[in-house]
Ligand binder design. Sequence first.
Ligand SMILES: NC(=O)c1ccc[n+]([C@@H]2O[C@H](COP(=O)([O-])OP(=O)(O)OC[C@H]3O[C@@H](n4cnc5c(N)ncnc54)[C@H](OP(=O)(O)O)[C@@H]3O)[C@@H](O)[C@H]2O)c1
Length: 294
Amino acid sequence: MNRRRLLAAGAGLGSALAAGSVLTAAPVLAQTPPNPARESAMSGDPGRTGRKARIFITGSASGLGHAAASTLLAQGNKVVVHVRSESRLPAVKELVDQGAVATIGDLSDTAQIRDIAGQVNAIGRMDAVIHNAGVISGAQLLVVNVVAPYLLTALVQRPRRLIYLSSSMHTGGRASLDGMDWSGKTATGSYSDSKLFVTALTMAVARLWPDVLSNAVNPGWVPTRMGGPSAPDDLRLGHLTQEWLATSDEPEALTSGGYWHHQKRRKPHPSVNDIGFQDQLLAELARATATALA
Ligand SMILES: NC(=O)c1ccc[n+]([C@@H]2O[C@H](COP(=O)([O-])OP(=O)(O)OC[C@H]3O[C@@H](n4cnc5c(N)ncnc54)[C@H](OP(=O)(O)O)[C@@H]3O)[C@@H](O)[C@H]2O)c1
C-alpha cells in the first residue's frame, strides 16, 4: 500500500487518520529525568525512564501488540500501529484517535511485508521496532513469525532498538532448517521452531549491527487470544518488557543480544547464539526473500 492509499485507508475511519495524526519526520522529543527507580518500571511505568520515542509495533490489532501500543501512547510516545487489512482498522481506532498512525498489510504475504516497510519508511525513522505479530500454527507460521520480522528488519530504516517476540517454547524448537518452506505454501516447522529461529535472528542482528540494540522477549503465557483465557501469567508483565526495552534509558535496557522475561535476562536455547546456525538462518532467509540483511 502506498502512502496515498494509507491516507485513503485513514479516511475510512472518519477523522481517525486525519492528516494531523500522520507523523512528520520531525525529531523527537523532550528529556525526562534519568535513573528512575526500577520499582516504577516493574509497577508498569517504563515510560518514565527516558525520552519519548517513535515506535513501530507489528500486530497491534489485538493482544500484546495492542496493549503495548496503548501503554506507550499513554506515556507520550509516538506510536505507529499495524493491522493486517483495512477491515481490521477499527481494532486500532481508539489508538489512532489518541495519535497513533496506522499501517496496513498482511504479514503472510511478502509483497505486503515490503509494502509495510515502505509505509513505515515514509513516516520516518523509528527509534524502536517491536516485532510482535505472531501466529501459533498454519502454513503461514514461518512467514509471519520469521520471514516478516527478517524482511522488515532488512527493509525498514534501521532503528536504534529492535525487539522480537520470542517464547519460552523456543527451547523446544529444533535448530535445523532442513525442509522448511518459507513461502507459506505448506505447513513446515512448529511454533517452537519459529520462535527458536526468530530468537536466533535477534542474536544475529545484535552481533552484526553493533549500533543497534537487538533483544528478544519471552512475554510469559498470558491471556490474549493466542494465550487463551486461562493463561496463568500476568498480562501487564507480558508487554512491560517490550515497552521498557523500546524506551528506557536504564543501563540494562541499553544492552543488546538478550533474551528477556519480565525485565530479566534468561538463558535461551544454546543454538540461538551459535554463529554457524545464525549464518545458516540468515543465508536461508536471504535466499528465500532475495533480500540480504545489509
Ligand atoms: N500470549 C502468549 O501467551 C504468548 C506467549 C509467548 C509468546 N507470545 C508471542 O507474543 C506475540 C503476540 O501474541 P499475542 O498473544 O498478543 O497474540 P494475539 O492476541 O493472537 O495477537 C497477534 C497479533 O498478530 C497479528 N497478526 C497475526 N497474523 C498476522 C498477519 N498475517 N498479518 C498481520 N498481522 C497479523 C494479529 O492480527 P489479527 O488480530 O488481525 O489476527 C494480532 O494483532 C506473538 O509473537 C506470540 O507468538 C505470546
